[in-house]
Structure formats: C-alpha cells, structure tokens
Unconditional design. Structure first.
Length: 159
C-alpha cells in the first residue's frame, strides 16, 4: 500500500481531505472559538502541550521525520520534529474551515547552526503571524520564531 507521507520537510505534503476520531473531536472543540486568531492560538496550544521539542532528539531521531500517515503522527507521544508539529498544526487549521492552505507558509531558519522550520500564517487583511510550535519549548513565544542562538539552552515553555 502506497500511502502519502505526512510531513512538511522538503515540500508541503497535501493535507488529508477528511479526519476521523480524536482529530475530529479536537477540531470541533477548536471551532467553538470565536475568531481566526483565537482558533490559531487554541490549535497552537494543543500541539505544543501534546508534543515536545528536544534538541538532542532532533538530531538523533531523524527517522521520526518521515511518517506513513496522519494517524501515525497524531498517535505519537512526547517528542516530535518541528516539521511534523507544523504539519499537524496546518491540518487542524485547514480542516477547521477558517484557514486555507494558501494561508500557511512554511519558513526556514538556522537555530544553533541547524535547519529549523516554523510557519507564517495569514490571519486577516494581509496580516501574517509567525508560529513556532517547536520554539515554544525553548522560550520563543507566539508571534516569533527560533533563529540563530535565541532559543535558550534550557527548556522554558512559554505559557
């Protein structure tokens, strides 16, 4: 069986047309939020509390970059690469109906000399916001992204 890979590594993997089970339940909860910004922050909070960012795991768990399906990613626990966190965030945004795939632009930066991905997301009237799920665990708040050496060496989850 040749299933599409679920990742944002070298290109934007198409998002699934439908979602089932727990994913739908999360989307239904998020849809209760009033605005695009509230929905985005709710999805960001969900992803960043469900999955972790770890520098050493980023380097030593390279096979985790490649997934066989959305469900494979969704069911993981603990550590997840930045690209996979971004894929899941994009899926929640688009399948929730408030965002189009064209509203989500993967971006790249260097963090401690390693490639790192974050997202630029269009809210309204041409306003774009930077969203870095991976960076949140290293002190990078909503609206910013990790780059250079600005991610602290200690974990520092930003509430």
């Amino acid at each position: 069986m040749n299933r599409p890979r679920a990742c944002y590594l070298f290109s934007k993997t198409p998002l699934p047309k439908t979602c089932t089970g727990e994913i739908n339940s999360v989307i239904l909860q998020l849809q209760k939020l009033q605005t695009k910004e509230q929905y985005l922050k709710g999805a960001y909070d969900f992803i960043t509390t469900r999955y972790e960012s770890k520098r050493l795991d980023t380097a030593f768990k390279l096979f985790g970059l490649y997934s066989t399906s959305l469900e494979n990613l969704w069911n993981r626990k603990g550590f997840m690469h930045c690209t996979n966190q971004n894929y899941l965030l994009a899926m929640l945004l688009v399948r929730g109906g408030l965002f189009a795939e064209s509203d989500i632009k993967p971006q790249w930066a260097l963090v401690d000399l390693c490639p790192h991905q974050y997202l630029k997301i269009k809210l309204h009237d041409g306003q774009w916001v930077e969203v870095d799920c991976w960076g949140r665990h290293y002190g990078i708040g909503f609206g910013n992204h990790a780059h250079g050496f600005n991610a602290t060496l200690r974990k520092s989850f930003v509430a």
